[in-house]
Design a protein around this ligand. Structure first.
Ligand SMILES: *[C@@H]1O[C@H](CO)[C@@H](O)[C@H](O)[C@H]1NC(C)=O
Ligand SMILES: *[C@@H]1O[C@H](CO)[C@@H](O)[C@H](O)[C@H]1NC(C)=O
Ligand SMILES: *[C@@H]1O[C@H](CO)[C@@H](O)[C@H](O)[C@H]1NC(C)=O
Ligand SMILES: *[C@@H]1O[C@H](CO)[C@@H](O)[C@H](O)[C@H]1NC(C)=O
Ligand SMILES: *[C@@H]1O[C@H](CO)[C@@H](O)[C@H](O)[C@H]1NC(C)=O
Ligand SMILES: *[C@@H]1O[C@H](CO)[C@@H](O)[C@H](O)[C@H]1NC(C)=O
Ligand SMILES: *[C@@H]1O[C@H](CO)[C@@H](O)[C@H](O)[C@H]1NC(C)=O
Ligand SMILES: *[C@@H]1O[C@H](CO)[C@@H](O)[C@H](O)[C@H]1NC(C)=O
Ligand SMILES: *[C@@H]1O[C@H](CO)[C@@H](O)[C@H](O)[C@H]1NC(C)=O
Ligand SMILES: *[C@@H]1O[C@H](CO)[C@@H](O)[C@H](O)[C@H]1NC(C)=O
Ligand SMILES: *[C@@H]1O[C@H](CO)[C@@H](O)[C@H](O)[C@H]1NC(C)=O
Ligand SMILES: *[C@@H]1O[C@H](CO)[C@@H](O)[C@H](O)[C@H]1NC(C)=O
Length: 838
């Protein structure tokens, strides 16, 4: 943030009910937890604005950041009786910071008023039109705290950093009034519902290009209306000049200056000012976003197509879309409110909150801390709790034997804090496109048909539609709307079925660099054959089970059989393959990878009975399906137990040949979720006991090679455990959120010891803002199948999915599935599940 050398920006002087830190500085209070970064405007991989809480930063002490951590200019000032307060920028003390699935609300005390800045990115996964809108709301409210009217003005701007310029550094912009350009010095209309939009774009756009993960094409739009202000003004130009003149005069010059030249102005901003005069309450709303037309490059039989965004099929062009989104505010609030209540009540339902939560496990015998260093992790058993606390989890820091136990906390509150924070992050990783075969605007039936959905593998490598990133994310969609999982898998099937992928296993991703979904014609993607083949089969089958729609599964069954043939050959002994946790390295015979393949084969044996060979006899791989029988799955599983369980029989090994190793056996979650009955209940119970023995302060390490873990796999594993071990996983992640030293949007990869920071292997690995936090919904996906917190490890009692290993399944009538009310999907957020058993 720039400073304002000559300006009077007041500090709040009231004594506030804030927690002082060690230096006596007041800190904001966070609810339900203190995230490493609070989501502000999070809708797409390119509209991703956050407020870092690192080093006690908050909305008005540090600049908002793009998910990468680079600064984004977004300023908000409220002037009260002539004194200007920055609520978005720096200087004020916030009172409270509260978030839920769709909102982040910041409350400040500014002289005789309260300021509330409410950042709203609606999470409505069942509503594809609203979900595809690449805009987000900021609503700023001023309320008198002394019952007297006060003279109130609002100022806000964004800078030009929300897209990347070309090398010439030039940005072009215009201000639009009700969709018409205002050129030069304007003429102000204060009619309350006049729509003003600053629109800017790179002077030399590169469609589908990126620079440092920021897009090099598209229109950034910052919009508002006068909303009852007695005067309204606007201005573009260098940040310092404009903010300076606002703070002096409390209005702007109504001047749209000509194009920006990056070497000339240090920071161009696009500003609005609203003057309400004396009022006891006033509210101003802004919408911010990035509008890209087209949005994705996609390989088709007819060549590389440029796909248009899905919202065009709902709302037409950008100005109507901006206006409809603006006018939709109240309705979007109602829908998000419903979805939020549904989320909160689903969490309660999963936990049966009326019943007492389990006590933590009693610590097992204590090993001398000094053996830690000597023997390193593989033989480590348990270290003492700090404080001798009987109700805390957590262990000594192995470097110096200091540390804190995790205080006992409500598991359901902890879980809510995790999923509410994760929701916008999941949704903000996906874009929705009109398929190449569909005309761009079906006016008779807006938003009809099915989009193609593409994720960006944010921060880890920028791939498009990565299968092993969609896989950990999937519980969110199975819980919230399984159709989005289908729309995300569809491009993978289309590329493989279109003959664009030569390998005999499933693709890793559908394009090396988002937004170019141009496939891997030469098969040169990052090979994870067992991993991705298992992922494709398991997600497709899970979609069918959660939606009850078998036609789509049947259509792609021949493709699945190809992956299944591969698994038949390689899942039991995967040899030297990469798994999704590729940052941890290639490893021979990974136990967790083998079981994934075997569980996937089980679903194939069920499918082979649903889809008799007739439909697939032309496919050579279908012949192999004769081999995927329950008997084969049972035999593979028996071998897997022999290879994968430690001789001590108290845990599974990380790799068959590595005696002292262990790791999170998270892939058995699918066995439980889909009630497949592949894995013995004793294995669930064994792992559940083991995790409690090796947990560190911030959870169970991913495996015995490192101290770091993955929060998504942690919750997947938790979902397979006994109540007490599950609680340990969940509360340790929420505790980590409150205490981690990470500084960017929710990382799924972090140290379980020390300051809970990013792993150093040896350089810092900063995963950020990845969609895999959708894996945190693994417990809620269980709830969708009728399973709740009451079940013991591996227990699927209550599951709506009826599976009898020896009983042929032939149609949806013969087995349980969860169906969603398709009619209501356009109006509801998470919606009500309508579980049905046959
Ligand atoms: C996180 O911190 C907040 C206060 O900032 C507290 O209310 C909440 O209980 C904490 N949650 C956990 C799981 O420690
Ligand atoms: C945030 O503010 C909105 C609008 O007033 C409200 O509907 C929502 O419940 C608030 N959420 C939280 C967590 O405070
Ligand atoms: C101001 O905001 C604080 C924190 O949200 C709240 O406790 C207080 O009641 C508010 N005061 C008024 C007058 O709205
Ligand atoms: C704006 O005005 C300038 C100067 O009169 C002119 O050169 C330019 O073409 C105008 N732009 C638009 C979009 O009308
Ligand atoms: C000023 O705005 C009004 C209302 O939009 C319009 O009728 C009028 O023509 C404008 N005048 C100029 C000089 O642009
Ligand atoms: C996507 O492809 C286009 C066309 O080849 C190219 O200009 C652009 O740089 C690519 N984008 C990325 C992020 O690699
Ligand atoms: C409204 O703002 C403009 C621009 O600052 C100013 O010229 C005009 O006098 C103001 N009008 C009122 C009624 O304050
Ligand atoms: C930007 O402004 C500087 C200083 O006036 C000038 O030297 C440079 O040529 C300009 N660049 C462009 C692309 O207009
Ligand atoms: C992989 O596991 C199989 C089965 O236990 C074993 O035969 C093989 O030697 C293992 N590979 C290595 C390199 O240890
Ligand atoms: C112990 O080591 C950790 C780093 O591993 C460090 O953050 C912490 O401050 C150390 N504690 C003490 C008391 O030295
Ligand atoms: C499962 O199927 C077998 C064989 O058809 C049958 O004997 C058994 O009773 C079934 N079990 C359940 C629980 O339905
Ligand atoms: C599956 O259903 C079809 C049609 O109802 C029937 O012809 C076939 O025999 C069934 N297959 C099995 C294995 O039950």
């Amino acid at each position: 943030m720039l400073s304002y050398p000559l300006l009077l920006l007041a500090f709040a002087t009231q004594s506030l009910t804030l927690t002082p830190d060690a230096n006596g500085n007041s800190l904001p209070s966070y609810s339900p937890a203190r995230p490493p970064a609070v989501p502000l405007a999070v809708r797409t991989p390119y509209l991703s604005a956050w407020s870092s809480t690192y080093n006690q930063g908050t909305l008005n002490t540090v600049s908002p950041i793009f998910w990468t951590g680079d600064a984004l200019g977004w300023t908000g000032i409220v002037t009260v009786d002539g004194i200007s307060y920055n609520y978005l920028g720096n200087d004020l003390l916030p009172l409270t910071v509260a978030y839920d699935a769709s909102y982040s609300n910041f409350t400040f005390l500014a002289g005789p008023v309260n300021i509330t800045a409410s950042f709203f990115s609606p999470v409505l996964p069942k509503d594809l039109c609203r979900t595809s809108i690449p805009l987000s709301y900021l609503s700023t409210t001023v309320q008198s705290t002394d019952d007297k009217p006060h003279d109130v003005q609002f100022y806000s701007d964004i800078n030009s950093a929300w897209v990347a310029t070309g090398e010439d550094g030039v940005m072009n912009w215009e201000l639009f009034r009700n969709g018409a350009s205002i050129n030069g010095t304007g003429n102000v209309t204060v009619a309350p519902d006049t729509m003003y939009s600053w629109i800017y774009e790179p002077g030399s756009p590169l469609p589908f290009g990126e620079a440092a993960d920021r897009p090099r094409w598209g229109n950034v739009a910052y919009s508002t209306q006068p909303m009852g202000a007695r005067n309204f003004s606007f201005q573009s130009g260098p940040a310092l000049n404009i903010r300076y003149s606002y703070v002096n005069s409390h209005s702007l010059a109504n001047n749209v200056s000509t194009a920006y030249n990056g070497t000339w102005w240090t920071e161009a901003v696009f500003a609005y000012a609203h003057d309400f005069g004396p009022v006891s309450k006033a509210e101003v709303r802004y919408t911010v976003g990035l509008i890209q037309e087209p949005i994705i490059r996609y390989l088709t039989q007819g060549g590389v197509a440029q796909l248009q965004p899905w919202w065009k099929s709902c709302y037409g062009d950008k100005f109507p879309m901006i206006k409809i989104h603006w006018d939709d505010f109240k309705v979007a609030q109602q829908l998000a409110g419903q979805a939020e209540r549904q989320l909160a009540s689903d969490v309660k339902e999963f936990y049966h909150v009326s019943s007492p939560e389990p006590a933590p496990d009693t610590p097992s015998p204590v090993q001398s801390p000094s053996t830690w260093r000597a023997s390193a992790l593989p033989t480590q058993t348990i270290l003492p709790y700090i404080d001798g606390s009987s109700d805390a989890y957590g262990f000594l820091d192995p470097d110096n034997f200091t540390g804190l136990g995790v205080p006992d906390a409500s598991e359901s509150d902890s879980y809510y804090a995790i999923v509410a924070l994760s929701a916008r992050q999941v949704m903000g990783s996906f874009v929705y496109a009109i398929p190449p075969t569909v005309s761009s605007c079906n006016t008779s039936s807006p938003g009809s048909g099915e989009p193609l959905v593409f994720l960006k593998e944010i921060s880890s490598d920028g791939n498009v539609g990565t299968l092993d990133v969609l896989f950990p994310t999937a519980p969110f969609f199975l819980y919230a709307n399984p159709e989005i999982l289908k729309y995300s898998l569809e491009p993978i099937f289309q590329l493989q079925e279109g003959g664009f992928y030569p390998n005999p296993f499933a693709m890793h991703d559908i394009g090396g660099s988002f937004p170019n979904a141009t496939g891997h014609i030469s098969g040169d993607d990052e090979a994870m054959p067992v991993e991705e083949s298992g992922n494709l089969i398991l997600m497709s089958y899970a979609y069918y089970k959660f939606s009850g729609h078998s036609d789509w599964l049947q259509r792609h069954y021949p493709t699945l059989t190809r992956s299944a043939s591969y698994l038949l050959a390689f899942s039991k002994v995967p040899a030297a393959q990469l798994s999704t946790d590729d940052f941890a390295g290639r490893m021979i015979n990974q136990t967790n990878l083998g079981i994934k393949g075997i569980i996937a084969l089980k679903t194939m044996s069920l499918m082979s009975r649903m889809y008799p060979a007739t439909s697939t006899t032309t496919n050579a791989d279908a012949d192999a399906m004769g081999g995927v029988t329950d008997a084969v799955v049972k035999a593979y599983y028996a071998d897997w137990e022999r290879y994968g369980i430690a001789p001590s029989r108290d845990h599974t090994l990380l790799a068959y040949q590595w005696r002292s190793s262990w790791g999170l056996l998270y892939n058995i979650y699918l066995d439980k979720l889909l009630n497949l009955g592949v894995v013995d209940k004793a294995v669930y119970a064994m792992q559940s006991r083991w995790y409690a023995r090796v947990s560190q302060l911030y959870g169970v390490p991913l495996d015995s090679r490192h101290h770091y873990t993955k929060s998504d796999w942690g919750i997947w594993a938790a979902a397979t455990c006994s109540a007490s071990t599950r609680k340990m996983f969940v509360t340790s992640i929420a505790y980590w959120l409150n205490n981690t030293a990470t500084r960017f949007p929710f990382t799924d990869l972090y140290e379980t010891i020390g300051d809970g920071g990013y792993p150093r292997v040896p350089d810092e690995v900063t995963f950020k803002a990845r969609p895999v936090v959708g894996g945190h919904f693994a417990l809620l996906a269980l709830l969708r199948t009728g399973q709740t917190a009451r079940s013991e490890a591996g227990d699927t009692t209550g599951s709506l999915f009826v599976v009898n290993g020896t009983n042929a399944l032939n149609s949806t009538e013969q087995e349980g599935y969860v169906s969603f009310d398709v009619e209501s999907t356009l109006m509801n957020g998470f919606g009500e599940p309508r579980g049905e058993t046959a």
